[in-house]
Design a protein around this ligand. Structure first.
Ligand code: ADP
Length: 255
């Protein structure tokens, strides 16, 4: 049952009473649960055939007798399968997060290496988009975090920065210590975010009108997952942005 209340005022604006509205939300809640179960099982079913495709494409790519045009085509298959894999992982993650708090496994992790790996992984997409990526990280910076999940955070922020940049744009990624906190900063000179959108950016499935209009691919799950990972590590994520000027995403984690 959902209850909402409203103050009722007299014509002179004085308190005259209260109105209560009771709504039965049982069907709505059941529908939400069915949706989450559906998303979870479909994502799961998609995983098996995807794993098989990735495996065979990799076996084919190892052959040395392939003509160059076939290699190029197989690389397109590999890239898109990779994207599909990430999408399925995001959907599974989202369905699971509806079921309860996230489970993080902390271990000493070199975040500097994690950042360098993400930047390297974003290299081909940046080159295709004509975007340059600069990285400023210390030699090593070891923090107690869940390595896989933090890699997902950095991957999401860096790939967004590239994706929402314009040709000739610059992405700057930095990692450092600010007193007793670790700070990761991803700056881009891309399409930016309006102040109205900034509040909704981290909601599941949110996409800005600018992203849709430019047909930039995405489903709007990356930032909601990023935020939940950062918060489950006791950290915070902030964004500063101006439409048409670029964006700054800043993650602060306790050391
Ligand atoms: P996706 O990129 O798949 O749409 P995200 O959850 O990562 O999903 O991002 C949600 C939305 O936030 C994007 O659709 C885009 O509108 C906006 N956004 C995220 N990062 C940036 C950025 N660096 N610059 C401009 N807009 C961004």
């Amino acid at each position: 049952l959902s209850v909402s209340a409203r103050r009722v005022a007299s014509p002179h604006g004085e308190f005259a009473g209260a109105a209560l509205a009771y709504t039965d939300v049982t069907d709505f809640m059941r529908l939400l649960r069915v949706k989450d179960e559906f998303v979870a099982s479909v994502s799961h079913e998609l995983r098996t055939p995807l794993t098989s495709i990735v495996g065979y494409v990799n076996i084919l790519l190892e052959r040395e007798d392939l003509p160059p045009d076939v290699v190029a085509q197989l690389e397109v298959v590999a890239r898109n399968t990779d994207r599909l894999n990430r999408l399925v992982a995001d959907l599974l993650h989202t369905a699971k997060s509806a079921a309860g708090p996230m489970h993080v496994v902390r271990a000493p992790t070199d975040l500097a290496a994690v950042v360098r790996d993400s930047v390297e992984a974003a290299g081909p997409a940046a080159a295709r988009a004509g975007v340059s990526v600069q990285v400023a990280v210390p030699e090593t910076l070891t923090v107690m975090v869940d390595q896989q999940r933090m890699a997902q955070v950095v991957d999401n922020l860096v790939s967004n920065a590239v994706k929402y940049s314009l040709p000739g744009g610059l992405v700057q990624v930095s990692l450092g210590l600010d007193v007793d906190r670790v700070e990761l900063c991803v700056i881009d000179s891309g399409i930016g975010i309006s102040s109205a959108d900034r509040d909704r950016l981290f909601n599941q499935f949110f996409r800005s009108r600018q992203a849709e209009e430019r047909s930039i691919q995405g489903v709007g799950l990356g930032l909601s997952i990023t935020k939940s990972i950062v918060e489950s590590h006791g950290g915070r994520i902030e964004v500063e942005s101006e439409l048409g000027q670029g964006s700054v995403f800043r993650v602060r984690l306790p050391r």
